[in-house]
Design a binder for this molecule. Structure first.
Ligand code: ADP
Ligand code: MN
Ligand code: MN
Ligand code: MN
Length: 373
């Protein structure tokens, strides 16, 4: 995972002034009729866990299924995914969303990545996830809800709303707060939420987090592969809306060291068995006992730098020890009170870091909990 946007702009404010002007112009030009054509923004994931995208013109009628869209390619030597002498990476459309930026008939196209010989790239984690999900979706119907935490940074890479060269008051008043002295960056939160709804992303909610400048949104409930697809496109949309705000969004799991909460991507999971009373609660325990035996394999794919976050403090469990418990936010996995009470439901894996790859995480959970792999 590399640091995004390392070249900070010297003056964020004047750039925002420019952006206002761009939006006025965009309002004018975006009303022009595009005739027989529409625009597709092809989005993919690079070697560092960042989303990238580029645009192409397509002829109407508008594609409804990914299979109706053409494959495309890009220069993989510029994304850490191919050598310069054989740089072409093939993109295959896997999911379509409405484009909340261009609107109208235009679309966002999530793609996975292949080499010219037709093999999935090593960084195409979706391909393997897809196969694993296909093996269990019919019988077990795995559902996921992912809580994506993230931190807003100013152009100088210091958290949004924090005093320059200093620190805000200690954590306490910021979580789910309202007020100009405690809640920073709400415009981005609200715009992103609506953009996701428009796009067709299954966004479920959002809240301000414990560390000032840190927020969360939830994606789900999603079935199988859909969890990874929707989370990735929601991250892409986040970066696009953040760009318009002149705000840098960081998915680093511990953006500020010290007595500040880290950022996670709690992954909530259930299957047909766990959702069905009265045996559901026992099914939850059975799965958690399996997770206990595979702790290392899970941590290995739960995000880079997660050791800075999973310290045992700040509502986390230590990275080297697996635990679970009802309503326990200091455990690796939490069973919600409702699941206990109803004798069925879901559980929450609190270990994944905010920068995790949801294809890796959802696949790992299914392999351990359902396939004994
Ligand atoms: P927390 O109390 O940990 O902050 P949130 O409300 O932020 O919880 O997130 C809970 C997540 O659990 C939501 O994304 C929701 O979609 C998901 N969820 C609820 N029921 C299920 C279920 N049966 N299976 C999987 N995920 C679920
Ligand atoms: Mn939450
Ligand atoms: Mn949270
Ligand atoms: Mn949670």
């Amino acid at each position: 995972m590399t640091q995004r946007g390392a070249g900070a702009l010297p003056n964020g404010l004047s750039r925002l002034g420019d952006l206002n002007r761009y939006f006025q112009l965009w309002c004018k030009y975006s009303e022009l009729d595009t005739g027989a054509n529409y625009q597709a923004e092809y989005v993919w994931i690079d070697a560092y866990g960042n989303t990238r995208s580029k645009t192409r013109t397509l002829a109407k009628p508008i594609a409804k299924q990914p299979s109706e869209l053409p494959d495309w390619n890009y220069d993989g030597s510029s994304t850490g995914q191919a050598p310069g002498h054989d740089s072409e990476v093939i993109m295959r459309p896997v999911a379509i969303f409405r484009d909340p930026f261009r609107r109208g008939d235009n679309i966002l196209v999530l793609c996975d990545t292949w080499d010219p010989q037709g093999r999935p790239l090593p960084t195409n984690t979706r391909h393997s996830c897809m196969k694993t999900m296909a093996a269990v979706t019919e019988a077990e119907d795995p559902w996921f809800g992912i809580e994506q935490e993230y931190t807003m940074l100013d152009q100088d890479h210091w958290p949004l709303g924090w005093p320059k060269g200093g620190y805000p008051g200690p954590q306490g008043p910021y979580y789910c707060s309202a007020g100009a002295d405690v809640a920073f960056g709400r415009s981005l939160v609200e715009c992103h939420y609506r953009a996701c709804l428009y796009a067709g992303v299954k966004i479920a909610g959002c809240n301000a987090e414990v560390m000032p400048g840190q927020w969360e949104f939830q994606v789900g409930i999603c079935r199988g592969i859909e969890a990874g697809d929707h989370l990735w496109i929601s991250r892409y949309i986040m970066h696009r809306v953040a760009e318009e705000h002149g705000i840098i969004v960081s998915f680093d799991p511990k953006p500020v060291s010290g007595d500040w909460n880290g950022a996670g991507a709690h992954t909530n999971f259930s299957t047909k068995a766990t959702r069905t009373a009265p045996g559901g609660f026992d099914a939850v325990i059975k799965q958690l006992e399996k997770l206990a035996k595979r702790h290392k394999e899970h941590i290995a794919v739960y995000g880079a730098g997660n050791e800075r976050r999973l310290t045992g403090a700040h509502e986390t469990a230590p990275i080297d020890k697996f635990s679970y418990g009802v309503a326990n936010r200091g455990a690796s996995c939490r069973i919600p009170r409702d699941t206990e009470r109803n004798k069925c439901g879901y559980y929450e894996d609190r270990r994944p870091a905010s920068n995790m790859d949801p294809y890796l995480v959802t696949e790992r959970i299914v392999r351990t909990a359902l396939l004994d792999q």
